[in-house]
Write a protein that binds this ligand. Structure first.
Ligand code: HEM
Length: 216
């Protein structure tokens, strides 16, 4: 029996998605009205968040529920490392720090992973489905901001191990629907996805602030 979790997540986070889309940061991003420093700061925060998320997902890959959402072809950490090396140079690790709200986001991922690992599904859904969807539109804008040529890329937005992104999203939704969960836990996952959207919104708030970027 399917939990219908994919549809529950989509409808249950619709308002949160709209809030995320309409943040000051995203409104500027879609207009290309951001600079190289801000993209560097965004990718630096995402590197810290994905490092934690992917370590926790890997740790629970044999978990009877969470393990079904383990898709290493989605992993972003190594791609972000390549981008940060290009932006900040070989010693990028000494220049990349999570902003305050990125730190709160990372703590939340660590906490749910320890207390109720099924809730990691909400965090994976919020980021990866976003990267596979709106992220693909943002990719073109970000490339323009960094002045990249057609044959150059921002690795963060590239999923080279996935042939057809739309087909993959269908596979991901099927995996969500096939999870064996009671309705209480399904509702908790939707609630946690709303928390994940909120954490993303706050993290974007850090990026909309002026004069806090590490210079690229
Ligand atoms: C300007 C910014 C954004 C735009 C234009 C945008 C656009 C979209 C679009 C068009 C879809 C539907 C894709 C489809 O069904 O195939 C989508 C889905 C999604 N987006 Fe965004 N998005 C934006 C920002 C974000 C942010 C900041 C997040 C979270 C961090 C996010 C998370 C998601 C998720 C989780 C889905 C999957 C919904 C579902 O089908 O269950 N998006 N986005």
């Amino acid at each position: 029996m399917t939990t219908d979790l994919a549809a529950k997540l989509r409808s249950g986070t619709q308002q949160a998605h709209s809030n995320a889309e309409h943040t000051e940061f995203m409104s500027r991003f879609v207009k290309g009205a951001i600079d190289k420093n801000t993209i560097g700061k965004l990718l630096g925060n995402l590197y810290c968040v994905y490092s934690q998320l992917e370590a926790e997902l890997e740790c629970h890959q044999a978990h009877p529920v969470v393990g079904n959402l383990y898709f290493p072809e989605l992993n972003r950490r190594e791609n972000l490392e390549k981008d940060l090396a290009v932006l900040y140079g070989d010693n990028w690790q000494s220049k990349v720090f999570p902003t305050l709200n990125a730190q709160a986001y990372i703590s939340r991922i660590r906490e749910v992973s320890a207390a109720q690992p099924e809730l990691l599904i909400a965090h994976a859904y919020t980021r990866y489905m976003g990267d596979l969807s709106g992220g693909q539109a943002l990719k073109k804008i970000a490339k323009g901001v960094l002045g990249l040529r057609e044959d150059e890329c921002i690795n963060f937005y590239e999923f080279t191990q996935i042939e057809d992104l739309n087909q993959f999203k269908g596979k991901y939704r099927d995996a969500l629907n096939n999870l064996i969960l009671d309705s209480f836990l399904a509702d908790r996952i939707v609630e946690e996805a709303n928390i994940a959207f909120g954490l993303n919104i706050k993290m974007m708030g850090d990026l909309a602030e002026k004069n806090t970027a590490v210079s690229v």
